[in-house]
Design a protein around this ligand. Structure first.
Ligand SMILES: Cc1ncc(COP(=O)(O)O)c(C=O)c1O
Length: 383
C-alpha cells in the first residue's frame, strides 16, 4: 500500500457484497411482486412463513412489520398490561423494554452475565422478588439472545416455569442460532425476531417474525397483526396494529434465506479468526456451553483503563469503523430510568456499557481485510 494514500475504508457490515452474491435473484423476486400487485398478504408472505418454520422447527410463524412489533404483538395477544411486570435484561437494545412499557406493564430490569452478555439467572430471580415487593404481578420474562448468541434457555425456562411466567424470547439479533441443538424459535411460549437490514437475516427495510408452537396464540397474533380483526372483517374483536410484513420484503427474505446457513458458517469462521488474532490482547466473546451464535455483532472488551473513544478514533483513522452496543444500559437511559431494577443492582450491565466495542462483522469479511482489522486493534491497544 502506498503510505501516502488513505487506507480503503472497511465496511462495518457489507450489504453490497451479499447483493453481488445473490445476483439477479432478488431483483427478479421483487419484479414478480410488482407484476402480481399483491403488495399486502401476497403469496410470498405465506411461502416465507413456511420456509422460516422449516428452518427453525417452529410449528407456527407469523411474519410482521418489525422486531419491535413482534415483541409487542405477543404481549398484546397475552393481555399483558398495567400492574404486570415483565423481566428484561438491561443490557439490550431499547426495543426489548420499550415493547413492555408500551402495553402499560412495567419492565423490571435484570442484570446480565459478563461473559455471555445474556440475562443472568440469579438476577432474574432477584428481579421477580423485586417486582412482587413493589406490588406488581410478574407475568413474563424476555431473555435476549444478545449479539447473536443464544441465552441460557434451560436456566431461564426453569425459573419462569417455577414462577408461572411465560417466556418471550427476543431473538432479534440471533435468528439462526441454536441452544442445545435446537434452533431459536422453539424456546419458551414465543420467539420474536427482526429482519432489519443489518441483522444476520435482514430484508430491505423493516420486518420481523414471531415463532410459536401454540396454535391458539398464532391465531390471536394473526388477528392482532390486522387491527384485531375477527372472522367478520368489519367486526374487530380486539385491539391490534398495522403489523404486517410487506409482500416485497417477504420475497426478498425468501431469496436471502436460501444462503443463510452458508452465511452463518462464514460468520463463524470470521469470529474464530478474530478470537485467534485478538484473544491475547482484548477480551473476546466466547460461546457458552450448548450455545451457538450467528455473530450479529463481534463485541470485544478493552483492557481496564483503556480509553474507548481514543481506541475508536485510532481505528477510524485507519479506515476501520467500530460501534458501541450499548453505551448505556436501559436502566441508565432517560425514558427508562424510573423503572425498577432487580435487587442487588446491575453492576455487570453498567460495567459492560463502559468498556464494550464492536468490530466489523459480516459473512463477506475476507481474510486480508480482517487481518488489517486485527493488526489495527493490536496496535491500538498496545499504544
Ligand atoms: C435485541 C433487539 N430487540 C428488538 C429489536 C427491534 O427490532 P426492529 O428494529 O426490527 O423493530 C432489535 C433491533 O435492533 C434488537 O436488537
Amino acid at each position: 500500500m502506498n503510505k501516502h494514500m488513505p487506507a480503503e475504508p472497511v465496511p462495518f457490515i457489507d450489504l453490497a457484497a451479499q447483493r453481488r452474491r445473490l445476483g439477479k435473484s432478488i431483483d427478479e423476486a421483487v419484479s414478480r411482486v410488482i407484476g402480481h400487485c399483491q403488495f399486502i398478504n401476497g403469496p410470498e408472505v405465506t411461502q416465507l412463513e413456511a420456509a422460516l418454520g422449516a428452518f427453525s422447527g417452529a410449528k407456527h410463524v407469523v411474519s410482521c412489520a418489525s422486531g419491535t412489533d413482534a415483541l409487542l404483538m405477543v404481549l398484546m395477544a397475552k393481555g399483558v398490561g398495567r400492574g404486570d411486570a415483565v423481566l428484561c435484561p438491561s443490557f439490550t437494545f431499547c426495543a426489548t423494554g420499550e415493547a413492555v412499557a408500551l402495553t402499560g406493564a412495567t419492565p423490571v430490569f435484570a442484570d446480565v452475565d459478563e461473559a455471555s452478555f445474556n440475562m443472568d439467572a440469579a438476577s432474574l430471580k432477584r428481579g421477580i422478588a423485586t417486582a412482587k415487593r413493589l406490588g406488581l404481578k410478574p407475568v413474563a420474562v424476555i431473555p435476549v439472545d444478545l449479539f447473536g448468541q443464544s441465552a441460557d434457555h434451560d436456566a431461564i425456562g426453569a425459573i419462569a416455569e417455577a414462577e408461572g411466567l411465560f417466556v418471550l424470547d427476543d431473538a432479534a439479533q440471533a435468528f439462526g442460532a441454536s441452544y442445545r441443538g435446537r434452533r431459536l424459535g422453539t424456546f419458551g411460549l414465543a420467539t420474536a425476531t427482526s429482519f432489519f437490514p443489518a441483522k444476520p437475516l435482514g430484508c430491505f427495510g423493516d420486518g420481523g417474525a414471531i415463532f410459536t408452537d401454540d396454535a391458539e396464540l398464532a391465531a390471536t397474533l394473526r388477528s392482532v397483526r390486522v387491527h384485531g380483526q375477527g372472522s367478520d372483517k368489519y367486526d374487530n374483536v380486539r385491539l391490534g396494529l398495522t403489523g404486517r410484513l410487506d409482500t416485497m420484503q417477504a420475497a426478498i427474505l425468501i431469496e436471502k434465506l436460501k444462503i443463510f446457513e452458508d452465511e452463518i458458517a462464514a460468520r463463524n469462521r470470521v469470529a474464530e479468526r478474530y478470537a485467534q488474532g485478538l484473544g491475547n490482547v482484548v477480551t473476546v466473546p466466547r460461546l457458552s456451553s450448548g450455545c451457538t451464535s450467528v455473530w450479529a455483532q463481534y463485541t470485544i472488551r478493552l483492557p481496564k483503563g483503556r480509553d474507548r473513544d481514543g481506541f475508536a478514533a485510532t481505528l477510524k483513522a485507519k479506515g476501520i469503523p467500530t460501534a458501541i452496543y450499548y453505551p448505556k444500559s436501559m436502566h441508565q437511559q432517560t425514558a427508562y430510568r424510573d423503572f425498577p431494577v432487580a435487587d442487588g443492582g446491575l453492576p455487570a450491565s453498567e460495567s459492560l456499557s463502559g468498556d464494550v466495542i464492536s468490530l466489523p462483522m459480516h459473512a463477506y469479511l475476507d481474510g486480508p481485510t480482517q487481518d488489517r482489522v486485527i493488526q489495527a486493534v493490536r496496535t491500538a491497544v498496545s499504544t
